[in-house]
Design a protein around this ligand. Structure first.
Ligand code: 5GP
Length: 182
């Protein structure tokens, strides 16, 4: 247990089992096809790395970086591309891989942006879904866990770029992000 965290929300074992289940599901759905999985940096990097190894169909992956929370536990409401794809999206079967869908602003923007590049298909996979704070609707095709309105860290998720290497999902103690004027 990390001293900055309140409690473990999802254990390493639960994550592993869920990632394997998502991998099986995706492999079945894309049988006979080739996949392009697009991870959203930096949060989804660990999830993507584990997920692609559970997928049995030919799979390539790439990353995009979008503006997000920065070091604050609040959404800025604006989305910008900081790093675009290195590969072509046209004609590809794309799955966007995200760590968490919260307000939906990021995923809504990204799904629309990638859909406009003439891909064969675009689907969304997220490890965590926090539906209580949704502002923009998002159709999530592959979902790991639905979580309550708590700020979580670990397994790639950060606060101020810290805690990403914690192997499970933990609830960050509010004392860490309050009293900082954020
Ligand atoms: P959205 O655009 O859906 O509000 O937010 C998506 C991004 O916000 C995520 O990729 C993640 O970077 C950040 N985010 C939202 N909720 C949390 C949370 O509980 N913990 C962490 N570490 N990041 C979050």
């Amino acid at each position: 247990m990390h001293p900055d965290c309140e409690r473990v929300l999802i254990s390493e074992k639960e994550i592993q089992a869920k990632v394997a289940e998502l991998g099986r599901c995706i492999s079945n759905d894309y049988a006979g096809k080739e996949l392009l999985m697009i991870g959203v940096l930096k949060g989804a990097a660990i999830f993507l790395a584990d997920l692609v190894r559970e997928i049995a169909v030919p799979t390539q992956y790439d990353f995009m970086a979008l503006s997000s929370y920065g070091s604050a536990a609040k959404s800025s409401g604006r989305v910008r591309i900081l790093k675009d794809l290195a590969c072509e999206a046209r004609g590809r079967h794309i799955i966007i891989v995200e760590d968490i869908v919260d307000t939906g602003l990021t995923m809504n923007f990204l799904a629309e942006n990638l859909s406009s590049r003439d891909p064969a298909s675009v689907k969304i996979c997220t490890l965590l879904d926090k539906p209580s704070r949704r502002i923009k609707p998002v159709k999530i095709d592959y979902k790991g866990f639905v979580i309550p309105d708590k700020f979580v860290v670990g397994y790639g998720l950060d606060y101020g770029d810290r805690y990403r290497n914690i192997p499970c999902i933990m609830v960050l103690s509010p004392k860490i992000y309050t009293n900082k004027g954020e």
